[in-house]
Design a protein around this ligand. Structure first.
Ligand SMILES: NC(=O)c1ccc[n+]([C@@H]2O[C@H](COP(=O)([O-])OP(=O)(O)OC[C@H]3O[C@@H](n4cnc5c(N)ncnc54)[C@H](O)[C@@H]3O)[C@@H](O)[C@H]2O)c1
Ligand SMILES: C[C@@H](CO)CCC[C@@H](C)[C@H]1CC[C@H]2[C@@H]3[C@H](O)C=C4C[C@@H](O)CC[C@]4(C)[C@H]3CC[C@]12C
Length: 369
């Protein structure tokens, strides 16, 4: 006991620590990083669940703050050994303006980098996204590619553009001298579509299915593969990267890693049915009812309605030209770079990930069970 207290000396900061991924990172750090002395959780909106974490051996400091405010970020970063920057505005539905998305994702990341440089924090882990690579606006498939697979990464939507810009800033900052004279070590993790306990879009699909009498209608051909990764494994990768970055700075600094695990390669909808099926929903084959051209038309109509209704209220359905294109373009990864560079092996098997997610859906408010 005395030994483990003595070993506790590190201060970590998790930005966006109350988000879907951020909460899992926070909990994983508390469970799996024995050297942790203090964990700072920085978010625009603090979750009430943080209170229950404050009774353990690690000092959990909740900081309500905004990454777009440089002084708030600097104050939170000062004295931290490692920053895990997961905060971001995840919006592909047109809820926020492009300016706001840039402000949070790009300027917010700049603020985090500058805070590290000014205060002498040496290790920065950035939560990037598969979207910095693709699918691109040309709809080219990325079939089980890795970090070195050539791909034309061209985007027009503000979300992937902002994530790509922020990732570039983080990688370029690797090696910059921080206060005290030592070099900053950075790297970026690129999750594919994350799923698991707390996933808002899974929640939306589930409730939509309940409203439609327990049915969801297939819109995407089963042959289109969409990469998915369990949130617990993404969190575990963050913890491992943060832990190994100091020892393996020369190898890992400035690198990008796709997040992967044993989740099967399936279409977005078939994958969701792995969890929603056991919770009582079924996927109706509707190719004859809704041909693809009609979906394209509906998506365009949704975009038009969003624009027309904006002065009155926010109309932001799941289906729009961008989400349809992402869901309808194969994008899957197959790589072992994280294992080679920092010994990553998924913590949760596919069976565990599936069981945990099903259990979460079943206990959701308004669930069929
Ligand atoms: N969900 C996915 O499938 C997915 C996939 C790849 C990458 N990512 C990335 O992972 C990260 C986390 O995503 P998530 O799905 O958990 O989203 P989320 O919206 O659940 O979490 C983001 C968190 O950031 C916080 N935040 C937003 N703006 C902020 C600001 N100005 N200042 C401080 N905090 C702010 C939010 O309050 C929220 O708690 C993001 O950077 C996202 O781009 C997500
Ligand atoms: C056409 C609809 C019929 O059912 C299905 C629409 C599904 C879309 C809403 C989602 C399909 C793919 C998702 C994205 C993907 O998983 C990866 C992402 C990267 C991440 O950084 C942010 C979230 C997202 C863009 C994710 C958003 C929702 C989808 C577009």
């Amino acid at each position: 006991m005395a030994e483990s207290t003595e070993a506790r000396k590190l201060v970590y900061l998790v930005t966006g620590g109350c988000g879907f991924l951020g909460e899992h990172v926070v909990r994983m750090l508390l469970q799996r990083e024995p050297r942790l002395l203090e964990l700072r959780v920085f978010d625009l909106h603090l979750g009430p669940w943080l209170e229950e974490l404050k009774t353990g051996p690690v000092q959990v400091t909740a900081i309500q703050g905004d990454v777009t405010q440089a002084h708030e970020v600097t104050a939170a970063v000062a004295g931290a050994h490692v920053v895990i920057h997961t905060a971001g505005l995840v919006d592909v539905f047109g809820r926020a303006s492009p300016e706001t998305i840039y402000e949070v994702n790009v300027q917010g990341t700049k603020n985090v980098i500058e805070a590290c440089v000014q205060t002498g924090t040496r290790f920065l882990v950035y939560t990037s996204s598969m979207e910095v690579v693709g699918p691109n606006i040309k709809g080219h498939p990325f079939y089980r590619g890795n970090e070195d697979t050539p791909y034309e990464a061209v985007h027009s939507h503000p979300y992937p553009c902002s994530k790509a810009q922020a990732e570039r800033l983080v990688l370029e900052a690797n090696g910059r001298e921080v206060h005290g004279g030592l070099p900053l070590v950075t790297c970026a993790l690129r999750p594919t579509g994350i799923y698991g306990e707390g996933h808002q879009i899974m929640r939306d699909f589930y409730h939509q299915g309940l409203r439609l009498g327990g049915r969801l209608f297939r819109a995407i051909p089963a042959s289109v593969e969409h990469g998915r990764v369990y949130v617990g494994n993404v969190a575990w990768m963050h913890v491992l990267v943060a832990r190994e970055l100091e020892q393996r700075a020369a190898l890992m600094g400035g690198q990008v890693y796709f997040c992967y695990d044993e989740s099967p390669y399936k279409s977005y909808e078939d994958f969701n049915m792995e969890f929603l099926g056991p919770c009582g929903l079924r996927l109706v084959e509707s190719r004859l009812l809704v041909p693809y051209w009609l979906l394209v038309l509906l998506a365009a109509l949704n975009a038009l309605l969003q624009w027309l209704l904006r002065p009155l209220f926010l109309y932001a359905p799941l289906l729009n030209p961008y989400t349809l294109a992402v869901a309808n373009t194969t994008f899957t990864v197959s790589t072992d770079k994280a294992q080679r560079h920092f010994g990553y092996v998924p913590l949760f098997s596919w069976e565990d990930s599936r069981t945990r997610t099903i259990h979460w859906v079943q206990t959701m408010e308004g669930s069929a069970r």
